[in-house]
Design a protein around this ligand. Sequence first.
Ligand SMILES: [Zn+2]
Length: 321
Amino acid sequence: MYEVILYYYFNTIEHPEQFAKQHKQYCKDLGIKGRIYISSEGINGTAAGTPEQMAQYKADLRAIPGFENTEFKTDESDYIPFSKLICKTREEIVSLHVDGVDPKDGGNHLSPAEWRRVMEEEDHVMIDVRNNYESKIGHFKGALKPDVENFFDFPQWLEEAEIPKDKKVLMYCTGGIRCEKFSVLMKEQGWDDVNQLHGGILRYAKEEEGKHFEGKCFVFDDRLVVPVNPKDLSPIAKCEITGKPADTYVNCANMECNKLFVCSEEGAHIMEGCCSEECKQSEYRRPFDPENAFKPFRKWYNYFGDDFKHRHASEQAIEQS
Ligand SMILES: [Zn+2]
């Protein structure tokens, strides 16, 4: 059994390049895999290894001055859901593309139990602060699910959403980091009662058994999808090829398209891993491998060169988790 961790911490890092270089070497020496982003505003990562390795990693990260209070969401997996180790700098550890957003000015952090109570008892508007392809396969009942493809599209969405400023706002994302910034934006723009789910869906799943959450949670590693409510595992999304219930994803086999879409095994066979007839005719199509059709992210590196890697959805996405 392996351990998969997800974490972030906002704290000024004076020399991000140097920090990233040292941290990468440290992770290599420890033998863990994952994706870790460093910026002058802090660290955002997801990584996996044996429980011993991850215990060491957590202790060592918390031993860095300023990072003592880093919190980790922990899950188990029977394989390491990363093909390699990426540790590098980014402009922002989660990209909102809005200057001067300081998470210290964010909303109230609600524990999973408190979140559930407020959700059940108080009038509110709830926002799913994730991308359309994530909320599609799982979300809290009654949440607004913005039809956006990137976190940095949220400011534009907010301008058009017409959410009354006197409403109690509840917001959530996978692990909490996106809310750390989006809550600041909402407060700056005049909403007073802004609340965010501390630890995100992943912690809520552990502590409240996913109550009131429908479907599953998209994650930015090779697992792609993890359960949230153990009592309700039926898919809420539909295969985009067959129209039947599904919550598995495939990256379109046309390398020039590479759209991540909800697709059943049957649909993958019918379209040979492509999202459309047009993509099926593309000369940039990967060979269809039925055995591995549902390990798209892990297989990625077998087919693509460096210029394609930066378009890798999961690499962009970790910023947002
Ligand atoms: Zn396609």
